[in-house]
Design a binder for this molecule. Structure first.
Ligand code: NAD
Ligand code: ZN
Ligand code: ZN
Length: 365
């Protein structure tokens, strides 16, 4: 079938909206008619990588939401007409998957990042018959229709608004999951989040639900810090990295219980790690490159550092849970969304880069 998709033809972009040919679903796949797809910073990762890492023209998008139009012969628990949110893919067989730690799948790269299925094939070809990469995070959802790997598919309540749910598939799940699952932030505790974007603000909302008393948000955009306050931050900080540790100690009376980095900036991470008290824990989700160093003694004191993928979530359980919290009025992540038609995908990227829009969501007719 012919579909309309946003293709990235060079690592630096822009996206070009094109007609592509989509093949038939394989046995373990689901054909999804997309209603909406969130844009996450990870869709733009190729911007930060040396050109040799660019995997060729491909369709990004890993926060899809839509309706099932067909299922492959081995898919028995998803049916035509189901409303679905799309999340990351995993192998189901490795040590991490067998322990239920799906975001840490040992074969994560092959199932999510290679612009192809694990068997090397792709679902899309362009009008010149050239291959275009598919299956980004098992879904490549910047497309009106896409073939999605079964593990990426999460069924949701059909009474919910699909134009709002896609971001639960990655950014919002990661921010909230880090608070609830990775760190286990508890009532009465202090929580610092560096970066008040999609991950950071959903973490603020989750910390409020968890009952944290001190919720401190750090960012360089004043508008984002205002949002942090609206969603539950008790204090906000805008300062260069060298000043952060002192300000965190001041705000928490000697150091925080928890910290969460979403900036991927090594200096910010170090400042927040130094801002913990002796037995505090920092979780790292922001993507950075190169080495990250810490003072030896600051670790031996009892501090913990943990890397986090996708908020340690099991999407089939966590996404419906977050959707329910939202429906109950406790987790207003949908207020971070601004919608754009697919044709305006480059404007959506620019609005996110400037700090103006927190969570762009593309709409398909
Ligand atoms: N580990 C995971 O599973 C996972 C999942 C989704 C996204 N990510 C990554 O998490 C990061 C955040 O994603 P997002 O969608 O929230 O992005 P975002 O751009 O919306 O938010 C990042 C925020 O950090 C702030 N920031 C950056 N450097 C700063 C500094 N030096 N001082 C103060 N503030 C600073 C920015 O102003 C911005 O508001 C990205 O690197 C993304 O690739 C990781
Ligand atoms: Zn696995
Ligand atoms: Zn993402």
């Amino acid at each position: 079938m012919l579909v309309k998709a946003a293709v990235l033809r060079s690592g630096n972009g822009p996206f070009s909206v094109e007609e592509l040919e989509l093949s038939e679903p394989q046995a373990g796949e689901v054909l999804v008619k997309m209603v909406a797809a969130g844009m996450c910073h990870t869709d733009l990762l190729s911007r930060d990588l040396p050109p040799e890492f660019f995997a060729g023209p491909q369709v990004y998008g890993h926060e899809g939401a839509g309706v099932v139009e067909a299922v492959g012969s081995e898919v028995t628990d998803i049916a035509v007409g189901d409303h679905v949110v799309l999340s990351f893919n995993y192998c189901g067989d490795c040590t991490a998957c067998s322990k239920g730690r799906l975001p840490y799948c040992f074969n994560f790269g092959a199932h999510n990042m290679n612009a192809r299925r694990p068997d090397g094939s792709s679902a899309f070809t362009d009008t010149n018959g050239e291959r275009v990469g598919s299956h980004f995070f098992g879904q490549s959802s910047f497309a009106s229709h896409s073939l999605v790997a079964r593990p990426s598919v999460v069924k949701v309540d059909p009474s919910l608004d699909l134009t709002r749910l896609g971001p639960l598939g990655c950014g919002i799940q990661t921010g909230a999951g880090t608070v609830f699952n990775t760190l286990g932030v508890e009532a009465g505790s202090s929580f610092v989040v560096a970066g008040a974007g999609a991950l950071g603000l959903s973490a603020v909302m989750a910390a409020k639900v968890a009952g944290a008393t001190n919720i401190i948000a750090i960012d360089r955009h004043a508008n984002r810090l205002e949002l942090a306050t609206r969603f539950g931050a008790t204090e906000t900080i805008s300062a260069p990295p060298a000043e952060l540790t002192g300000l965190i100690h001041e705000a928490t009376g000697g150091g925080s219980d928890y910290a969460f980095d979403t900036t991927g900036n090594a200096e910010v991470v170090r400042a927040c790690q130094q801002g913990l008290h002796n037995i505090g824990t920092i979780a790292l989700a922001g993507v950075g490159f190169g080495d990250l160093t810490f003072d030896f003694l600051s670790m031996i004191s009892g501090r913990r550092i943990v890397g986090v993928m996708e908020g340690d979530a099991t999407p089939s359980e966590f996404i419906p849970h977050l959707a329910q919290l939202n429906a109950d009025g406790q987790f207003p992540f949908d207020e971070l969304i601004q919608t754009f038609p697919l044709d305006q995908i480059n404007d959506a990227e620019a609005a996110s880069a400037s700090g103006q829009v927190i969570k762009p969501v593309l709409l398909f007719e």
